[in-house]
Ligand binder design. Structure first.
Ligand SMILES: [Zn+2]
Ligand SMILES: [Zn+2]
Length: 264
């Protein structure tokens, strides 16, 4: 086997491994939140079995796509010294650790806001983003329920950022954990954060399920991912949505029944 073939094989293997990791991470996180939903709000996902099946299939396809750039970059990091990911804590000043996490979240949020808003243009919506909004209302399984084209826009962000912004490997792990938890939490149909936080000072700047819920209800606004910064700046912030008392009180009214009443 030639050297090139060995390298191509190693890159393909790295991409495959990464796809499996992303897929398993999705199943574990969404599974845990779906389980929490059953405990806290029994019956909330009643009647949504077919939709959930679709959400899982699209999400696993997205996981496969996410793994490709991540796997290529991971291979280059290990074998070729690519990227600005560092492993020695002392390679950068200590204060930079938390700052790098914020920088990554802000950069990802900016990318997400503008690509998301762009995908809401009628011509692109059908081709790229309608799949995500087919979940009416979304469940904890919808976190990665994207059309492959939309998945590509999401898959390249972090693999590109690691070439630009230095980050410790553990800080990168924290960024990915926040990404996963917020992605699932924002779609699960109820708010996991305390009311005082969501409706208080922190909630004025941060996006949680109550904010993203409104995006899925009315489409035209609340495009952001982590922060309300761009939505506020560009006049697309629609404020917080609300979950029916069903989700607040744990009443046995499924999301499906609520959405049949005409939201979204
Ligand atoms: Zn969404
Ligand atoms: Zn959208």
């Amino acid at each position: 086997m030639s050297g090139e073939m060995v390298i191509a094989g190693a890159i393909a293997l790295s991409a495959l491994a990464m796809s499996v990791i992303v897929g398993v991470r999705y199943l574990l996180t969404s599974g845990a939140f779906a389980w929490a939903t059953r405990l806290r709000h029994p019956g909330l996902y009643r009647g949504l079995d077919r939709q959930i099946g679709r959400e899982i299939r699209w999400s696993l396809a997205s996981a496969a796509i996410y793994g490709v750039p991540a796997g290529i970059v991971a291979w280059g990091w290990r074998e070729q010294g690519w990227t600005r990911i560092y492993t020695e804590v002392t390679a950068m000043p200590l204060w930079y650790g938390p700052v790098s996490i914020l920088l990554y979240l802000a950069a990802h949020d900016t990318w997400f806001y503008w690509t998301h808003r762009w995908m809401h243009r009628p011509a692109l919506f059908r081709a790229m983003h309608a799949v995500h909004h087919e979940s009416r209302p979304p469940t904890a399984w919808a976190a990665m329920s994207f059309h492959p084209w939309e998945a590509v826009t999401g898959a390249i962000v972090i693999p590109l950022l690691v070439f630009v912004l230095p980050i410790h490997v553990a800080a990168l792990g924290i960024v990915l954990a926040i990404m996963t938890i917020m992605g699932v939490g924002n779609h699960m149909g109820w708010e996991m954060f305390p009311r005082a936080l969501v409706h208080g000072f922190i909630g004025r700047g941060l996006i949680t399920a109550t904010h993203h819920q409104r995006h899925h209800d009315v489409y035209r606004g609340n495009y952001g991912l982590y922060f309300r910064f761009w939505d506020r700046l560009c006049g697309t912030d629609l404020g917080l949505g609300h979950f029916d008392s069903a989700a607040d009180s744990g009443e046995r009214t499924g999301l499906a029944a609520r959405s049949r009443r005409g939201v979204g």
